[in-house]
Design a protein around this ligand. Structure first.
Ligand code: G6P
Length: 369
């Protein structure tokens, strides 16, 4: 096999470990420090066309859809234009209104997912402007779009997507900076974000090294992997991080997981919080930190164990376990906070004796309906 494990126990472990290099490739030559913007030549859009974009809609399936949600948050914050994500298979079947001022982004690791390809074809038929965010060069979606940003994450074999998702988010951060800089994102903010992006590969390295050296995430997985269900909680920009974390856990460990926005806790999920229902709470060090601390307190007051995933200094004893990542720019925190959740899913799957690379009933790429 020409894509060998290279000493890793499985492809999922290998691909998680390859993320710093995948990120370096995804960022290479694209951070324009002189003009404090991103260079994405593959889009084929000049500043006038970029300014004409009034809305952005990300379309993808599975983890590519969740990455699109992270992208939508970034575009809205940095470019101040409305942005959203939608499952490509829903979009294609609901006879969508195609908006000529919207930039549609088809997100796909393989570039072959049938629903995403069909969404692109529908858009093109109706005159929509669609670009690809695709890993595999020459794939059907990249050819059909004809323009876009390649992820350069390298081959991904494990069914659960990790390094492709991380490079998707980073590509959307660059797209958001580019769309922001032709609007009112300042030079200073552009530079701050470029510096933050450039630092991401070594921050990811630090997260991986910490788990490898001290088994931090593995210990959390061993303690809670036998729970029959887990909650994943995130707020605003970290809500998609929680959704992708829950998806990853379900896919590879078969442990049931449900994600919900932190603000929804009191509107239903709280009824299920017991000592047997652990919650993974994503806590970025941002303007909503106090609210997320409050969320953790509410869960623990009902006896629910809490695993906090954070780049903040949390009060001692606040959570039952804390998975720390290095501090980054608040807008980029969702990218980094997703890494411990990948490790958690894999360690839980290993603890439960699952086939982590080939989960039952799933395919790497769903090319038929
Ligand atoms: C399948 C895989 C997922 C993946 C999704 C989209 O369902 O199991 O891991 O996220 O397809 O794949 P794509 O290649 O379009 O990103």
């Amino acid at each position: 096999e020409d894509y060998a494990l290279g000493g890793h126990p499985d492809f999922l472990a290998k691909e998680i470990a390859e993320q710093p290099d995948a990120l370096r490739r995804a960022l290479a030559g694209r951070l324009d420090t002189r003009f404090a913007t991103a260079r994405l030549g593959g889009l084929g859009m000049d500043p006038r066309e970029l300014r004409g974009v009034r809305r952005v809609l990300f379309l993808g399936c599975g983890s590519a859809y969740y990455a699109g949600e992270i992208g939508a948050g970034l575009v809205e914050q940095l470019a101040r234009i409305p942005a959203a994500a939608e499952p490509a298979g829903e979009f294609r079947h609901r006879n969508p209104v195609v908006d000529p001022d919207c930039l549609y982004v088809a997100v796909s690791q393989s570039g072959e997912t049938a629903d995403t390809l069909a969404a692109v074809q529908e858009l093109r038929r109706k005159g929509g402007r669609v670009i690809g965010a695709v890993n595999v060069i020459g794939s059907a979606i990249s050819r059909e779009c004809g323009a876009g940003v390649f992820l350069h994450s390298g081959p991904e074999v494990s069914v659960a997507s990790t390094k492709a998702v991380t490079t998707m988010s980073v590509s959307f951060a660059m797209l958001a900076v580019l769309l922001g800089r032709v609007r009112d994102l300042s030079v200073a903010d552009g530079r701050r974000l470029l510096d933050g992006l450039a630092a991401l590969p070594r921050h990811v390295e630090a997260v991986l090294a910490e788990d490898a050296a001290h088994g931090t995430v593995a210990a959390v997985a061993q303690r809670w992997a036998h729970a029959s269900s887990m909650f994943f909680v995130g707020r605003t920009r970290c809500s998609p991080v929680a959704r992708e974390g829950a998806q990853k856990l379900k896919e590879v460990s078969y442990c049931h997981a449900e994600a919900y926005p932190a603000s929804e806790l009191k509107h239903g999920p709280l009824a299920l919080v017991t000592p047997d229902m652990p919650s993974v709470v994503v806590v970025p060090d941002d303007e909503l930190l106090a609210k997320n601390v409050g969320t953790i307190e509410q869960i623990r007051a009902r006896g629910g164990p809490v695993i906090a995933v954070t780049d903040a200094e949390l009060p001692a004893g606040l959570a039952d376990a804390v998975l720390r990542v290095p501090r980054t720019e608040p807008e980029l925190a969702p990218i980094l906070l997703g890494i411990p959740l990948q490790l958690l899913a894999r360690h839980a799957a290993v603890a439960l004796g699952r086939d982590v690379d080939r989960p039952r009933n799933l395919a790497k790429s769903v090319t038929v309906e």
